[in-house]
Ligand binder design. Structure first.
Ligand SMILES: [Zn+2]
Length: 186
């Protein structure tokens, strides 16, 4: 999947979870940081790719990207597995409360938002032909539907003309249906 599809998939997932588990009076700070964390989470699994936009956001990103890529081996290995998800969860659970003042931002919400982005990335990649190595270091790749040729080809017409616009419409629909609820988060 392309990173813009992952962004929208992550944000849709965040909106669904927000509607299912409403949190009133989160405050604007937490909502903004949670939205950014959600997008960062959705880009993290592909941070092992040279073209990843995450690295463009950071000064010296190329250098950091190289280190990160070496850590995460080749594309779609550790970063696209349950083990990788666990490592990321532990890392952000430690890091984010250090970064944000708890008087201004609810760290727990930020951590969940980031992980929702991360998990949505794995779910979407599971729909592509390549599948994902969920049980890495075991080499088996998982995907849905089970028959490979029925799955999506990254960057092809189905992703560009059906899935991507589908997410845009879905997000608009979620906002229109849940607007009073989302407004109560402020
Ligand atoms: Zn991926």
């Amino acid at each position: 999947m392309l990173s813009r599809t992952h962004d929208l998939g992550a944000f849709s997932s965040l909106l669904i979870v927000a509607a299912a588990y409403p949190q009133s009076h989160l405050g604007l700070n937490t909502i903004i940081v949670a939205s950014i964390a959600n997008i960062v989470g959705s880009l993290l699994p592909d941070a092992d790719q040279a073209s990843n936009r995450l690295w463009d956001l950071l000064p010296g990103g190329n250098f950091l990207g190289k280190i990160f890529r070496n850590l995460f081996l080749s594309h779609r290995t550790l970063s696209h597995s349950l083990l990788g998800g666990y490592v990321i969860y532990q890392a952000v659970s430690w890091l984010l409360p250090q970064l944000f003042n708890s008087n201004f931002v609810n760290s727990q919400v930020i951590i969940y938002s980031l992980m929702i982005g991360y998990i949505s990335h794995l779910a979407l990649d599971g729909l592509t032909e390549e599948g994902i190595p969920l049980l890495f270091p075991f080499p088996w790749k998982f995907g849905f539907p089970a028959i490979r040729s029925w799955r999506i080809k990254t960057g092809h017409w189905f992703e560009n003309w059906i899935i991507f616009p589908g997410f845009v419409l879905f997000i608009l629909w979620l906002f229109s249906v849940n607007w009073p609820l989302y407004k109560s988060f402020l």
